[in-house]
Design a protein around this ligand. Structure first.
Ligand code: BGC
Length: 755
């Protein structure tokens, strides 16, 4: 379709109207020119196509679809192929239901465990979130259905989400909150991006030129359209030239009139409207011209897919040998979530599912017994339910207590107040472990919780919100049909107060300062060397893996080269299983404040008992770089880096060193307040300073040691040298007698270095 030509035939009024939706879920069409109206639908972990009454809060019914595990769950699979596969399944569902754009994936960073929407987001780590997001987008879009990467940007809190201002410094934005978007755009080109509700550094995301045009399009090369989150538009006339093409939902009649008036008054260029409409028609025609109306949507097949995805993602956090349970053992399932699982989040991602399979039903084949234990409508303990549960636990060989957060406590639209489970569940657990030493816990909720009871139970399986087939997936793992292989995509702190955002999270009124900066998640806990409940990347298996032979293909490289790291991983247990091999990079010495280590690679490998595989990673400049705000670019400081490979962020098995040389010199300017240390750190400075010091000889008596020249001796290891390091050049003149010659010598040094 010749879109430019089409737009040239549209009137000003038609174009302005096109910049908001036709209704809650449709983009405008224009029969006069044969332009179809297409549908967009939530996303991200199932199709919420509303055929009747519409809303964006998950209230009204939608067509029957599959509820897949939510973002926080599938992220723990660390499996790009699985994410791609889920995208493909969702793409097929969209084709079958005639949906042009699926509203997802959601890639905001988990800044605090309290964010009500953490269940939908992937990780606290931007590299992991970006890799998984790109895979998902490629999967959906391979079916000629678009995605809407959301919520752009710095939307890590639900509290006052439509008005709050995320105040984030540039380096933190670039290193933590933007990379998942950047990676998705550069690698997978989502057809659309959804701007977030909040303000970012004083400008609403929906009218933020820097975000939507300078960074997204000019820097990253985004080719698609930007749509607003539902109701995110603040000033529409400012939004269009900022790069916000489509207001949702529609119709935005009042804003359409404002756009027309702005063009007529000369306050906005008509060409800005043309650009927005061209971008919208871009995805409309991509879909319309590649429709696959014959696509079949097989509910039962996809239900099984959801089950496999859940089993691949859940995380076995603790196991002292209780799991897997012997199929013949007498096991009691306790807790309402065992029968009626919590498997999806509340809000716009809420799916009307095909069928929900709980653990009690799935456990029938193992003869499990069941006791409800608590009511999900109240936090208060019910003594009668607890007594029944205690009895069931006592008369079994093992108890599995199903706990979690309820819908009322965790949802889109508001944040949690704490990281606790309901009081009734806590009490139940306390009573059960008194009578049954063989107690395992299954947790169903969207984000991290505190576990003050961790020492009292023998095993913990974290199911997250595992989608509609969560029950059989849990039972598969409990009884050893499936060997667990998920690892945490977020740190579980011991207590909420340990979280780095704790002091600032809700902010003051609408101002939320991200004061912890780049120290989000493990970047913070590692730097502070704090104990955590479970570290990022942690997850157990029923088999064991041994790591050996970490090899780097270079000992030295330029930052323009790529480094290949290989490592051998062997299954040394007696069951087949999958291991998630994690690669972290640390800058050994840096003049900028950096995390102890950062995830820069991961791979999921399947190994039969005794089998060994070589896993290979490629590291480019970004793996070693930090964002340099003076250069407005990524920068690697020349020096030594450690490549670490391990089974979690706190279980590093092997390390190797590489020296990386920067090809991007940072120009330093020297002046009278540059310190002796600054000068000595510059090779040319050290040489010139050496000569000058010899001439000035301000520290008589500090004779050279073996292997040192005189200037090095002056600088070497004593207190005087340490003090000298911080001495500005102007003071040096004074210590050298304050003569005009000394001053001239220093000036010469400065000029020489700046030349
Ligand atoms: C959510 C979006 C969602 C939209 C449409 C908003 O409330 O923030 O993620 O796509 O509604 O339902």
């Amino acid at each position: 379709m010749d879109i430019k030509n089409l737009v040239s035939q549209m009137t000003l009024e038609e174009k302005a109207k096109f910049c908001s939706g036709a209704d809650f879920w449709h983009v405008e069409g224009l029969p006069r020119l044969g332009i179809p109206s297409v549908m967009v639908t939530d996303g991200p972990c199932g199709l919420r196509k509303q055929a009747g009454d519409t809303d964006h809060l998950g209230l009204n019914a939608s067509v029957t679809a599959i509820s897949y595990p939510t973002g926080s769950c599938v992220a723990c699979s660390f499996d790009r192929d699985l994410l791609r596969e889920s995208g493909e399944a969702l793409g097929d569902e969209c084709q079958a239901e005639d949906v042009a754009v699926l509203l997802g994936p959601a890639v905001n960073i988990k800044r605090s465990p309290l964010c009500g929407r953490n269940f939908e987001y992937f990780s606290e780590d931007p590299y992991l979130a970006g890799e998984l997001s790109a895979a998902y987008i490629k999967g959906v879009q391979s079916k000629n259905v678009g995605t809407s990467l959301k919520h752009f940007a710095a939307n890590s809190m639900e509290h006052r989400r439509m008005t709050s201002d995320s105040v984030v410094d540039e380096r933190t934005l670039r290193e933590i909150y933007l990379p998942a978007f950047e990676k998705s755009v550069k690698e997978a080109q989502p057809w659309t991006i959804m701007c977030s509700y909040n303000q970012v550094n004083g400008d609403f995301a929906s009218e933020n030129h820097r975000l939507l045009t300078e960074i997204l399009r000019d820097e990253w090369g985004f080719e698609g359209a930007v749509m607003s989150d539902w109701g995110a538009v603040n000033d529409r006339v400012k939004g269009v030239p900022a790069g916000m093409d489509l207001e949702m939902p529609g119709p935005g009649t009042a804003n359409t009139e404002k756009l027309i008036a702005a063009v007529q008054a000369g306050d906005m260029k008509e060409s800005d409207l043309d650009t927005a409409v061209e971008r919208i028609l871009g995805f409309v025609y991509k879909y319309a011209e590649n429709r696959k109306p014959d696509t079949k949507f097989d509910h039962e097949r996809d239900h099984q897919k959801a089950r496999r995805m859940a089993a691949e993602s859940m995380v076995l956090l603790k196991n002292d040998g209780l799991l897997p349970l012997a199929p013949s053992s007498k096991t009691a399932f306790i807790g309402k979530f065992a029968a009626e699982p919590r498997f999806q989040g509340g809000g716009s991602s809420h799916v009307s599912c095909y069928k929900v399979s709980g653990s009690v039903e799935a456990g029938e084949k193992y003869g499990v017994t069941y006791a409800q234990g608590y009511d999900t409508k109240t936090q208060e303990p019910d003594e009668a339910l607890i007594a029944q549960a205690v009895e069931a636990a006592r008369s079994a060989e093992n108890a599995v207590v199903f706990i979690g957060i309820t819908d009322a406590m965790e949802s889109e639209g508001f944040d949690r107040k704490d990281m606790k489970i309901p009081a009734c569940q806590q009490r139940l657990l306390e009573e059960v472990v008194k009578v049954q030493p063989n107690t395992a816990v299954v947790v169903e909720c969207g984000s991290a919780i505190e576990m003050p009871w961790i020492e009292d139970v023998r095993a913990v399986l974290y199911a997250y919100l595992g989608g509609e087939a969560v029950g059989p997936a849990i039972v598969d793992i409990l009884f050893g049909e499936v060997n667990p292989s998920g690892k945490l995509a977020e740190t579980f702190p011991l207590r909420l107060e340990d979280n780095p955002s704790y002091l600032y999270y809700f902010g003051e009124a609408d101002r939320t300062e991200y004061r912890e900066g780049i120290f989000v998640g493990y970047r913070y806990y590692d730097k502070k060397n704090l104990p955590v409940l479970f570290p990022f990347g942690h997850g157990l298996s029923y088999t064991r893996f041994a790591y050996s032979g970490l090899t780097l293909d270079k000992a030295e490289m330029k930052d323009t080269d790529a480094l290949t790291a290989t490592v051998k991983v062997k299954n040394v247990g007696d069951r087949a299983g999958k291991e998630i091999v994690q690669l972290y990079v640390a800058d050994d010495e840096s003049t900028v404040i950096r995390p102890v280590k950062e995830l820069k690679g991961f791979a999921k490998v399947e190994l039969a008992p005794g089998e060994e595989k070589t896993v290979s990673f490629t590291l480019d400049k970004r793996a070693f770089a930090y964002y340099n705000t003076d250069l407005a670019d990524w920068h690697v400081e020349t020096g030594s880096f450690t490549v670490m490979v391990g089974r979690s962020s706190r279980e590093i098995e092997l390390t190797a060193k590489v020296r990386v040389e920067s090809t991007q010199p940072v120009k330093k300017t020297y002046h009278w307040n540059s310190t002796v240390g600054d000068i000595m750190a510059d090779p040319k400075g050290a040489q010139m300073m050496g000569q000058m010091m010899q001439a000035m000889n301000p520290l008589a008596g500090a004779g050279p040691q073996e292997g040192q020249d005189e200037s090095q001796a002056i600088m070497a290891g004593d207190a005087m040298a340490a003090m000298m390091n911080y001495m500005p050049l102007r003071a040096l003149v004074m210590f050298a007698g304050g003569s005009a010659e000394a001053a001239a010598g220093i000036q010469q040094l400065i000029d020489g270095l700046n030349a």
